[in-house]
Write a protein that binds this ligand. Structure first.
Ligand code: ADP
Ligand code: MG
Length: 319
């Protein structure tokens, strides 16, 4: 806790009197930090975690873009943007972690709740607006452009070697029983990646992590948080999160008010669905192998891995 007070003092010139640990996301820790005048949300990526390097790599590239959106688009006040540190940067760090500071949003995370119709309509409006912008905006987007690379391929090929004895036996058994399905997904994603790289699909700004834990409802409006995945990509990178929802048609109707004649591109959709599956599975396996998890964390991670393996076959949407 002294560490957090020090970060707030040194980098944000703010004396903090209260620190409350919050339920963070999958990849970071979260704190409400406050004094008599202000409440902030502090997001902390621990350097000891294997996912941190990847997740924090493009902060300096994506934050100027969401900042530009808040000033120049209808997304003003509907997206959360990190506050600048005293030296003008969007993040700060010490030996332990990388820190991002935000205004605290007084609201409720949607999380496990269903979206109401009015929220679906609003969300579809946000995404339609976001997708109206692309590489033409006056901020450099080259570093967040989709490259269609598929992560974890080498890692999976090591895992698929049966002699790998770093993996707990029960996971090794689950993985071996799914090898054909896993290979199918990998092949399909690699083929689609090669094809999409050479196609000239329209690309737009995409959030790429649109689940309900990244949506908060305040007394005024819905807010979209967690912009670390911002990309210039085919819009299916976002729409993949909605195609299997019961409200997809409502979502699409609103989307098509802005993007007339829009039709889903199934190749792009399947690429994103398959790649996401491989990413989720890869990150979980990596966590199990390389992060120091406590017993409870291990059990939770193992159960997630089993669930990802069990549903390998179901990841591709059919119209
Ligand atoms: N500015 C904020 N104020 C209050 N709570 C927030 C804020 N931003 C995010 N949260 C809450 O913290 C959780 C984790 O934040 P998020 O940015 O999604 O981290 P992660 O990248 O680990 O998923 C969110 O699910 C949301 O409930
Ligand atoms: Mg999140």
């Amino acid at each position: 806790m002294d560490r957090i007070k020090k970060i707030m003092k040194v980098h944000y010139n703010t004396d903090i009197t209260n620190i409350r640990s919050l339920k963070g996301g999958w990849a970071s820790l979260a704190y409400q930090v406050s004094n008599n005048n202000n409440q902030f949300f502090l997001k902390v990526y621990e350097k000891s975690r294997s996912s941190t390097r990847q997740l924090t790599r493009s902060i300096n590239n994506y934050v100027p873009i969401i900042e530009w959106l808040t000033h120049n688009s209808e997304l003003k006040e509907k997206i959360s943007v990190p506050l600048l540190a005293d030296d003008g940067s969007y993040k700060c760090e010490d030996d332990y972690g990388i820190y991002l500071l935000y205004d605290y949003i007084n609201g409720e995370t949607i999380g496990n709740q269903e979206l109401k119709d009015v929220q679906v309509y609003q969300l579809s409006g946000f995404i339609s607006t976001l997708h109206s912008y692309g590489q033409e905006i006056p901020i450099d987007t080259s570093s967040i452009k989709e490259n269609f690379e598929v992560p974890f391929l080498q890692f999976f090929s090591n895992i698929l070697k049966r002699e790998n004895n770093q993996i707990p036996i029960e996971i090794r058994e689950s993985v071996s029983s799914c090898i054909p399905q896993l290979k199918d997904v990998i092949n399909k994603v690699e083929k689609l990646a090669a094809y999409l790289k050479n196609s000239d699909l329209r690309m737009a700004l995409c959030h790429t992590d649109l689940h309900n834990w990244n949506l908060m409802q305040t007394s005024k409006q819905l807010i979209l948080v967690d912009w670390e995945g911002l990309k210039i990509a085919p819009v299916e990178a976002d729409l993949m999160f909605f195609v299997n929802k019961p409200y997809f048609n409502t979502f699409l109707r609103r989307y098509q008010e802005t993007h007339k004649n829009f039709k889903l591109n199934l190749d792009a959709l399947h690429f994103y669905q398959g790649r996401r599956k491989l990413e989720d599975l890869g990150e979980l396996l990596e966590q199990l192998l390389f992060d120091s998890l406590n017993e409870q964390g291990r059990v939770v991670t193992i159960n997630y891995i089993k669930e990802e393996l069990r549903t390998l076959n179901e990841c591709f949407y059919e119209e």
